[in-house]
Write a protein that binds this ligand. Structure first.
Ligand code: NAD
Length: 254
C-alpha cells in the first residue's frame, strides 16, 4: 500500500506558481493528487513553471480579494470538483529596520500573508460546511513565527498571526470534521530567502550561521512535508505545526 497515495485528494494551493509552490505542485502530482494552482501571475507565466498535466489546472485570482476568491472556488469546483485540501501558501517578505519600515509595505504584507490566508480559509470552510466535506486547511508559516529575525519583524508577526489563525480554525471547526495544520519551513534555497541571500550580504552572513544542519533547505523537503500532511497518514493531526527547518528555530537571534 502506498501510504502517500493522494489520488483521493483535490488540492488547492495559493501562491502555487512561486518558487516553493512549483516544487510542492510537482510532488503532490507525483503522489497522484489533482491540483488547482492559484496565483496572481499571468496564465502564460504560470504555464511556463507548472507541470503540463491533466491533473494540474491554473486559476488566477488575488487571494486577498473575497469576490475573486469566491469566483475562483466556483471555477475550481466546476473544473475539478470541490477541493478537500486547501493550502494557504501565498506570501511575501520585505526587509527593513523596524524604525524605517514603510507602512505601505507593512499593509501590503499583512494583506498578502494574513488577510489572503483568512479569506481563502473562510471561503473553503463555508463550502465544506455547506457540502458536508471533512476538509483540511494547510497554512505555510515559517520558523520565524516564534523567533525574531532582524529587519523582517512584520513578516514574523504575519507568520505568528497565521499560526494563531490555523489554531483558531482547527479549534472552532473540529466539530464539523474540518482540520487545520501548518508547515513551518526554514531558510529555503529557492524563493524569497534565496533572493535575499543573493542580494543582501548582511543577511547572507547571518543566515549562513543560522542553519544547524549547515545548508540551505531543499524545497523538496518542504514539498515532502506537504505530501505527508495532505495524506491520510496525517488524518488525526489538527492544530499542529510541522516544523521542517533544519534546526533554525533552535538558535536564538544572533
Ligand atoms: N523561501 C523561504 O525560505 C521560505 C521560508 C519559510 C516560509 N516560506 C513561505 O513559503 C511561501 C512561498 O514562498 P516562496 O519563497 O516560494 O516565495 P515566492 O515569492 O517565490 O512565491 C510566493 C508566491 O505567492 C504569490 N502571491 C503573492 N501575492 C498573492 C496573492 N495576493 N494571491 C495569490 N498569490 C499571491 C506570488 O505571485 C508568488 O508566486 C510563502 O508563504 C513564504 O512566506 C518561504
Amino acid at each position: 500500500m502506498n501510504t502517500l497515495d493522494l489520488s483521493n485528494k483535490i488540492i488547492l494551493i495559493t501562491g502555487g506558481a512561486g518558487a516553493i509552490g512549483q516544487v510542492v505542485v510537482r510532488t503532490l502530482l507525483a503522489h497522484g493528487a489533482t491540483i488547482a494552482v492559484n496565483d496572481v501571475v499571468s496564465a502564460e507565466d504560470a504555464k511556463a513553471v507548472l507541470p503540463n498535466a491533466d491533473r494540474v489546472r491554473y486559476f488566477r485570482a488575488d487571494a486577498a480579494r473575497a469576490e475573486e476568491v469566491a469566483a475562483m472556488f466556483d471555477a475550481v469546483e466546476s473544473a475539478l470538483g470541490m477541493p478537500n485540501v486547501v493550502c494557504c501558501h501565498a506570501g511575501m517578505v520585505g526587509a527593513h529596520p523596524v524604525t524605517d519600515y514603510p507602512l505601505a509595505e507593512y499593509d501590503k504584507l499583512m494583506e498578502v500573508n494574513v488577510r489572503a490566508a483568512f479569506v481563502v480559509a473562510q471561503e473553503a470552510a463555508r463550502r465544506w460546511i455547506a457540502q458536508r466535506i471533512a476538509g483540511h486547511l494547510i497554512f505555510t508559516t515559517s520558523w520565524v513565527q516564534d523567533v525574531p529575525w532582524p529587519e523582517i519583524t512584520p513578516y514574523t508577526m504575519s507568520k505568528s498571526a497565521m499560526k494563531a489563525m490555523m489554531r483558531g480554525f482547527a479549534r472552532e471547526l473540529a466539530g464539523k470534521g474540518i482540520r487545520a495544520n501548518a508547515i513551518a519551513p526554514g531558510i529555503v534555497g529557492v524563493g524569497m530567502a534565496k533572493r535575499q541571500w543573493d542580494t543582501d550580504p548582511s543577511y547572507r552572513a547571518r543566515a549562513s550561521k543560522a542553519i544547524p544542519l549547515g545548508y540551505m533547505q531543499p524545497p523538496e523537503s518542504v514539498a515532502d512535508a506537504f505530501a505527508f500532511l495532505c495524506s491520510d497518514m496525517a488524518s488525526y493531526m489538527t492544530g499542529a505545526t510541522l516544523l521542517v527547518d533544519g534546526g533554525c528555530s533552535l538558535y536564538p537571534m544572533d
